[in-house]
Design a protein around this ligand. Sequence first.
Ligand SMILES: CC(C)(COP(=O)(O)OP(=O)(O)OC[C@H]1O[C@@H](n2cnc3c(N)ncnc32)[C@H](O)[C@@H]1OP(=O)(O)O)[C@@H](O)C(=O)NCCC(=O)NCCS
Length: 196
Amino acid sequence: MEYFYQRVICKLYRIRQSIIGCLCTIYMRFKCWIWGVKLGNCSKFIGNMIIFRCPGSSIVIGDNCKFVSTSYGNFRGINHRCIFQTNTSNAKIRIGHNCGFSGVSLVCSESVIIGDDCLIGANVVIGDRDDHSDVYHTPYKPVEIKSGTWIGMNVCILKGVTIGHNTIIGANSVVTKSIPDNVIAAGNPCRVIKQR
Ligand SMILES: CC(C)(COP(=O)(O)OP(=O)(O)OC[C@H]1O[C@@H](n2cnc3c(N)ncnc32)[C@H](O)[C@@H]1OP(=O)(O)O)[C@@H](O)C(=O)NCCC(=O)NCCS
């Protein structure tokens, strides 16, 4: 009896999730349109993502991507909503097809490019600048995450980093230098720990 009851609860939870997901996707499609974000087909949103696009800059998202901005959509826990921000007029964010994001923060002054089939875990922060540039001025350096990459939760990817194809970055890593294709890398600073 208890098992049956729990199955009903799970089923209702999933139905609730589907309804919330549909409503969020409709709302976020409208929000992307308002902010001039080019959004591909069949992308899904759970929760209300934050978008800020500086006039003149571009944010282009491929087909079939998923953006989770609440812990209902990722049981590892989302510390904040997905955030995409460009803050110069020539900044460009490019997201490929079939990517998944949970509470990712992506800030761009020049270029942040993410390939196809990338999974970006909960609370990952990616930026091509250091911010607080009035305190310590450092240059912008483009970031590229190539196709087939899996980034673990709470990873911080700093300016100038390229992450190679099919590479995995372990949870809580701080990536300060580029990482090659087909490896598993982790730690602070992030280093290759094995080949895939
Ligand atoms: C990177 C990862 C996939 C590696 O898994 P694995 O291949 O089973 O690796 P192992 O557990 O054999 O660890 C190999 C070595 O790397 C170290 N290591 C593994 N993950 C690490 C991490 N995140 N940070 C630092 N070191 C790590 C281990 O301590 C071990 O070191 P040792 O050889 O000195 O003992 C896994 O540890 C990980 O971080 N997964 C991410 C989970 C996640 O974030 N999911 C997203 C949810 S939203």
